[in-house]
Design a protein around this ligand. Structure first.
Ligand SMILES: [Zn+2]
Length: 664
């Protein structure tokens, strides 16, 4: 079997199309079995005298193989929905999970790493090795290996409960999403919705075997309705449904309501943090971030709220008066996004539709490749025949000085109702093997755009462009690093503030008129975005920004305070209410419970959602250098890459920023 199993062969790019469902379990079983044997051998041979190559790099090799295989499975699982695939994939995930938690508890291995770190040789290690070793030791510390065996058992059971409750939280949100939809057959209800939005809803109806249009509770569908629908009742109904998810009251309370799940989850996280020597989970969460203390984070967020107050007041006032002029005298929560969008259109004299025509995906991708070449000196060359997990996925080879340095997979289109507008993931981290061979990094960019139709290519609005640049930034950070070890070379290894920082610098380009013009090309005429429209777009995106700012601050602070102040007797909804009052801008339909469906809370971003705002502020400071020296200035691009990308996770972000901005 193993000689025919493509997952067990050596490959540079994954052999996606050769993989069958029946290959998965045997491959993962074989990889785990081999890893187990090899680990035992490594431990035995390293006991007398642990070394970098034969301990760190040897274990790295084993972990890279298993993790790479799991990511391939994850990608395949996004398009192969047949039960044979899905069942095999979840079985493989279970097996890997089990093996990894066993490895995380391997105290013999941990002792070898510690002995290496304490040895005289380690004092001579370069910064990269020191940092990689520190991170490996930290992982074992957080897995509880410095605790007594009784405490270790407690930690294991807390970790199991935490993943169980995180899963339950998401499952309840998902159940609420599935339970609600609105089928519309009367077109007049859709007045105000752009054609692209109507087309999406029509496609959703067709997928459900219906005529007309179907509204769902996906984030995209929610945003579309509250932003564009002229029908006020529809907006109200949508907003109430969206923020009541996982908030059922009544006899089914325990099965559908997330408040209790959240409370237990917070309790477990709190206990876990205390077991590991922290006073609360927020303190544990910032330990690997740029902030030194939890107070620093809270002060930062409060300061940002204060800085935003006058703009909040101005924008709210503008909404009130604009609404009144158009017959809405009592502005309700479900009117705000709608009126704000009308103001943007009014101020700029333009709609998103006029903008999109200048940004067909094909042109944008070509220009992004040229942008990467100009700024970082790297070629992106498309490989039309490369093997992928879906026919829409495109593969680009990155070359520097004619040498291949990595591959970027771009998965452009939304296929099902997936959450979010896009994401990026590392399929393989860059590393140098013990034999000195570089393994090139692989990154995946998922952007969930509307596929082309018979008459129109895929066109991007400003938000989609921003998201594309953001995720492209994550991928560049993953692909352009020179860091030689897995622990410091991939986006998955970076602290959240560092990884979001580079992406948010890339986003900043989308707010520059000259960059937008350069990126554009009308889908019919090929003409660049006219100056006049570019200017209007700039006004458009700088109008009524308070709502986005406020919601970023609110979610960051709610998430942080839930973890930091846990145990003070307040319920999650109490914390939400008090932070919301402090931000003082956003309104919610009466009895809704937004916190019950706030997904970042239960992700890896738990207590770290604030890092978006944190790194956003730093990103704007860094971007000023591009504004001064030129958006397409290769010297600035090189300085940026050297400061923030080349070293991976070797140096603190603040040090890099000081170097880049030439200040201390
Ligand atoms: Zn991001």
């Amino acid at each position: 079997m193993s000689e025919n199993n493509p997952l067990l062969q050596r490959y540079d790019l994954p052999p996606f199309s050769a993989i069958r469902a029946e290959h998965l379990i045997p491959a993962v079983q074989a990889i785990i079995a081999e890893s187990r044997v090899m680990t035992t051998e490594i431990i035995a041979s390293q006991k007398p005298f642990p070394t970098w190559d034969d301990l760190v790099l040897a274990i790295d090799e084993l972990e890279a193989r298993l993790d790479g295989t799991l990511t391939i499975l994850q990608l395949l699982g996004s398009t192969r929905i047949a039960p044979a695939w899905q069942e095999a994939i979840s079985r493989c995930q279970e097996l890997a999970e089990q093996y990894k938690s066993e490895q995380a508890q391997n105290s013999e291995l941990y002792q070898l790493y510690r002995r290496l770190a304490d040895s005289p040789i380690a004092a001579l290690f370069n910064e990269e090795r020191k940092r990689a070793l520190y991170k490996i030791l930290r992982k074992y510390h957080l897995a509880g290996l410095d605790l007594s065996s009784e405490q270790q058992l407690q930690l294991t059971s807390l970790n199991m409960e935490i993943s169980k409750f995180q899963f339950e939280f998401l499952a309840r949100v998902e159940d609420s999403n599935t339970a609600w939809s609105k089928h519309i057959e009367d077109r007049s209800l859709l007045i105000g919705l752009p054609n692209a939005v109507q087309a999406r809803m029509e496609a959703a109806a067709q997928a459900a075997g219906l005529t007309g249009w179907l509204l769902t509770l996906s984030a995209q569908s929610y945003r579309d309705i509250v932003t564009y629908a002229d029908n006020r009742d529809l907006r109200r109904e949508m907003m109430a449904a969206y923020y009541s998810r996982a908030s059922g009251t009544g006899p089914d309370d325990l099965i559908t309501n997330n408040e209790r799940v959240l409370t237990v989850l917070l309790d477990d996280r709190h206990k876990k943090a205390q077991l590991l020597g922290y006073s609360n989970f927020a303190q544990l969460a910032v330990a690997d971030q740029m902030a030194d203390t939890t107070e620093q984070v809270v002060d930062f967020l409060h300061h940002q709220i204060e800085l935003s107050r006058s703009l909040f007041a101005q924008d709210a006032e503008q909404v009130e008066s604009f609404a009144a002029q158009h017959g809405i005298t009592d502005v309700k929560p479900w009117d705000i996004h709608y009126v704000a969008e009308k103001i943007r259109q009014d101020v700029a004299g333009i709609s998103q539709e006029a903008f999109r025509n200048y940004f067909p995906l094909e042109t944008v991708l070509q220009r992004l490749c040229a942008f990467t070449k100009t700024l970082f000196g790297v070629d992106l060359i498309e490989h039309a025949a490369a093997d992928t997990w879906h026919e829409d996925v495109r593969v680009f080879e990155l070359r520097e000085y004619a040498e291949p340095i990595g591959y970027l997979f771009i998965n452009p289109y939304r296929r099902q109702e997936a959450a979010g507008l896009g994401d990026a993931l590392g399929l393989r981290n860059r590393r140098i093997t013990a034999e000195g061979r570089p393994r090139s990094p692989l990154a995946v960019l998922n952007s969930r755009l509307q596929p082309p139709t018979d008459t129109q290519p895929c066109l991007l609005d400003h938000l989609q462009l921003r998201v594309l640049l953001h995720e492209f930034g994550h991928c560049l950070q993953h692909l352009l690093t020179a860091a030689p070890y897995r622990a410091i070379s991939g986006i998955g290894q970076l602290s959240h503030d560092s990884s979001e920082f580079v992406s948010q610098v890339l986003e900043q380009f989308c707010f520059k008129q000259s960059f937008l013009i350069w990126l554009s090309g009308h889908f019919q005429t090929g003409q660049p975005l006219p100056d006049d429209i570019a200017y209007r777009v700039k006004r458009f995106v700088h109008t009524q920004t308070s709502w986005e700012t406020a919601s970023l601050l609110l979610t960051g602070l709610v998430d942080f305070e839930l973890h930091r102040t846990y145990g003070d007797g307040r319920t999650p909804h109490d914390v939400f209410t008090s932070v919301n009052a402090e931000v003082g801008l956003l309104q919610w339909p009466g009895d809704t419970r937004p916190v019950n469906s706030f997904e970042p809370l239960v992700s890896d971003y738990g207590a770290r959602t604030y890092s978006y705002k944190w790194s956003g502020v730093l990103a704007r400071q860094a971007f000023e250098r591009f504004e001064r020296e030129g958006l397409f200035n290769p010297a600035t691009g090189k300085a940026f890459r050297d400061a923030f990308i080349t070293l991976g996770d070797t140096r603190p972000l603040m040090t890099s920023l000081e170097l880049f901005l030439g200040r201390s």
